[in-house]
Design a protein around this ligand. Sequence first.
Ligand code: NZQ
Ligand code: ZN
Length: 391
Amino acid sequence: MKNFEFYAPTRVIFGRGTHEQVGKIIREYGFSRVFLHYGGGSIKKTGLYDAVVSSLTENGIAYTELGGVQANPTLSFAKKGIELCRAFGAELVLAVGGGSAIDSAKIIAVGAKNEGDPWRFSMKEDVPKAALPIATILTLAATGSEMSASAVITNEELGLKRGYNSPFHRPLFSILNPELTFTLPPYQTACGIVDIMMHTLERYMTQSSEFELTDRVAESVLKTVIAAGAAAMKDPSDYDARANLMWAGSLSHNDLTGCGRDFFMASHQLEHEVSGMFPQVAHGAGLAVIFPAWARYVLPHNVARTAQYAVRVWNCEMNFDHPEKTALEGIERTAAFFTSIGMPSRLSEFGITADAIPLMAEKCTNFGKRTLPGVVTLDKPEIEDIFRLCL
Ligand code: NZQ
Ligand code: ZN
């Protein structure tokens, strides 16, 4: 087991009706000026916006707002938020929505407290020295941004999507009401299921020495998400299924399923190039295509681990003479599950063709400045190979 640090400081308020407490909770911290940030309009359609605004007003909290964050959020929009946030003198940034609204809020919270272009933080050329506190009301179980240290943003001028971690990104509190996810379109529910699984699975597919407890926690999360995912796809208002997905989403990316391991999220890095250049690709949908291709590509170097996953998560029978067959069965079961919930299996389904591959691979290596570590070190030729397998 590797040495590790676990830090999950976000206060989680979980359950039915909890979003109505938002104003009261903000008051407990003594804040009275809030910057409210949300996506393209789903919260207005569902009535959540009205409930949030009422709760703020009833508790005497002044707010200004910026709605309209797009899926795969952009730096230019976040910069607009930074200006508004500073001009208003906000004391807290409140994101209401999915990972896009939350990540955009994180960039704003940091940008409001640091002069200069926040993109330098995304490029890891500098680190933020302060940030406004962030709170979230989650409407989509997927990214885990409601507890994570990451913020992912696209610089649309450069066509580059980059994530970076900072302790300032961990929300002060997150309100998780599974009922708020009943209105999700099936496609977004499915994208979320894939993303949750990937946050745990990418941590699981490691070469470092094993940590039994972390393995068992991860396997439990994966099995729960597979069952709850299928149930939520069948009945979008199944509260228990939605609740399991929501909590699994938070636990998958708050580092719990990575304790005591070295890991590198290669499929995520590959996917960010895809949705960075082609914003019509939802993050989870991109992962559904990339992960099976990556797993097959690195399989010769990762047989034991992948076979353990196949046996423990998918109940495959271990073939002791040919463990690689068991491992492959686990990958194929994963790919089939993704297809069964309506996820794509090819990048060509998004109109992406082979011509895009060299540039995506070039960007993935930060123009020759990095390779992707992990089960196998991936440089530009290997990255291109994997993208080709995805077409
Ligand atoms: O914009 P609105 O109108 O709100 O609609 C959204 C959006 O169209 C809709 N939606 C959300 N909740 C809804 C709803 N529609 C109906 N009912 C609801 N309850 O769903 C669409 C997608 O929302 P979005 O926030 O983009 O999805 P997601 O949560 O999957 O976030 C994706 C972004 O997060 C990044 C991804 O790369 C992508 O940019 N990630 C962030 C991470 C982090 N910060 O830790 C980790 C992840 O690996 C990921 O990279
Ligand atoms: Zn993800």
